[in-house]
Design a protein around this ligand. Structure first.
Ligand SMILES: C[S@@+](CC[C@H](N)C(=O)[O-])C[C@H]1O[C@@H](n2cnc3c(N)ncnc32)[C@H](O)[C@@H]1O
Length: 438
């Protein structure tokens, strides 16, 4: 199923960019692309320099922005950045007159200064972008000047303990936004450890306590700032962070809370918005909801009882291990009604990981070695890659299902519900689980 249709309706990347036209207009594009016998252009998305060039071209072509993306810093994926900004625009359309001059803050603007640049150019919003990294601040300032946007964008260096407070003294803002470092430093392998921010991309993606702690600090500051900012928003990299953050917002008494899903290619990110102003309306943006209801109408369940040698704990551990092994994309589902449900998730497979296991293990080892090499070359980039977003955005999953682990009358069952995709794949994945559990 194409996930492009879950992009924001006004996202121009719902339609794939025309590579032929790009190659004609930007000859350097062909440095990283090849033309097949059928005339089809294939771009080398694995090349970090190519990805940087492609992003620069898209920003020029689609937004008339000249952006310098330095080596060793995050290359921002534009479809995702647009999805987030368009949701914020939706929230303003709900609340403000279109003539209102909007003022916003981007916490952690990065070397690209991508959100302020897009916000200023596309919507004419005034923006303050903050960051803790001196190199990023310098490059961000350079990008603002290059595009003559100094009248709309200000870039501020802040301390790592601050989020909003240094910006908001005596000033009212309409909104704030943030693409936080998602991961916790403790998740870094000790061999990869690189805690010094000056060294590059790691500090853009990692923070003490991960995104939950990072955003909790924003929430804490918002409790002090209250109506100094009309709409607080942030992006989230893990769906599991939504729960704890929404709980935190409940405890501090936010008047309204809304959430969003940003779908692009195989990558999903989430957004949360909150306000303390009683007359501000917020609205969820969950474009995949429609598909969730469609799924309920799908085929009857396929299930099997697992071997009695498993108890609830070992069955759950085994299932989690197998799902990780199969590299399925997983969205956890909460069971509201049935306490016998031990695990419930929507899973999707985009590559066949269940056949030719040995050959695949060797390939994986080679890829892992390459990745480690890249990391030490400081090219590691945890962003959803542009290939996923622009090319495989149209890819159908090979297999999709809801997987449930449940205990009924002392027997543990695995159900595969709402099977979708190729029948053969569904059958093979079913057998894969059955062979390992029965
Ligand atoms: C994931 S990057 C996002 C960069 C850019 N906004 C983008 O979307 O591509 C997170 C950024 O937050 C910055 N950062 C980390 N802690 C910060 C803090 N306390 N205040 C402001 N920025 C911070 C990092 O230096 C990094 O540039």
């Amino acid at each position: 199923m194409s996930t492009n249709r879950f992009m924001h309706p006004r996202n121009i990347y719902r339609t794939r960019p025309d590579f032929k036209q790009m190659a004609e207009e930007y000859p350097e594009f062909m440095k990283y692309a090849t033309t097949g016998l059928n005339g089809k252009i294939t771009f080398d998305f694995k090349n970090p320099d190519g990805l940087r060039l492609l992003t620069t071209i898209l920003l020029k072509k689609d937004f008339d922005l000249d952006v310098d993306l330095p080596v060793g810093k995050l290359v921002p994926t534009i479809p995702l950045r647009l999805n987030y900004l368009l949701w914020i625009e939706d929230l303003f359309n709900l609340n403000f007159d279109s003539s209102k001059k909007i003022k916003g803050i981007d916490i952690g603007t990065g070397a690209s200064c991508i959100y302020p640049l897009l916000a200023a150019k596309k919507f004419q919003w005034s923006m303050v972008g903050t960051d803790i990294n001196k190199e990023s601040i310098k490059n961000a300032n350079g990008n603002v000047k290059k595009n003559n946007l100094q009248h709309l964008i200000q870039v501020l260096e802040v301390s790592e303990w601050d989020r909003l407070l240094p910006v908001t003294e005596n000033e009212h803002y309409d909104f704030c936004m943030c693409n936080p470092p998602f991961h916790n430093y403790s998740e870094l392998n000790s061999s990869d450890e690189e805690t010094d921010c000056a060294k590059g991309v790691t500090c853009e993606l990692y923070t003490d306590g991960g995104e939950v702690d990072f955003v909790k600090k924003i929430i804490g500051e918002s409790q002090r700032l209250k109506n100094s900012i009309s709409v607080y928003t942030t992006m989230i990299g893990y769906k599991s962070s939504l729960g704890p953050l929404k709980n935190e917002l409940k405890t501090i008494g936010a008047c309204a809370v809304a959430e969003a899903g940003f779908f692009q290619g195989r990558t999903t990110r989430w957004g949360i918005a909150w306000t303390f102003e009683t007359d501000i309306k917020l609205k969820d943006f969950m474009p995949n909801k429609e598909i969730e209801t469609q799924k309920l109408k799908l085929k009857p369940p396929v299930c099997f009882a697992i071997s009695e040698s498993y108890d609830s704990t070992t069955a759950l551990a085994k299932l989690t291990e197998l799902l990780t092994y199969l590299k399925l994309s997983i969205s956890m589902l909460k069971s509201k009604t049935d306490e016998n449900v031990l695990y419930q998730a929507d899973v999707k497979a985009y590559e066949n990981t269940w056949t030719h296991q040995r050959r695949k293990r060797r390939k994986e080892q080679r890829i892992a070695d390459n990745k480690r090499q890249k990391m030490s070359d400081n090219l590691h980039n945890d962003e959803p890659d542009m290939e996923e977003q622009l090319i495989t955005a149209n890819a159908e999953p090979l297999f999709a299902a809801t997987i449930v682990l449940r205990k009924t009358n002392n027997t543990i069952w695995i159900d595969m519900l709402h099977l979708d995709g190729n029948r053969n794949n569904s059958y093979q994945v079913f057998q894969f689980f059955k062979n390992r559990f029965v």
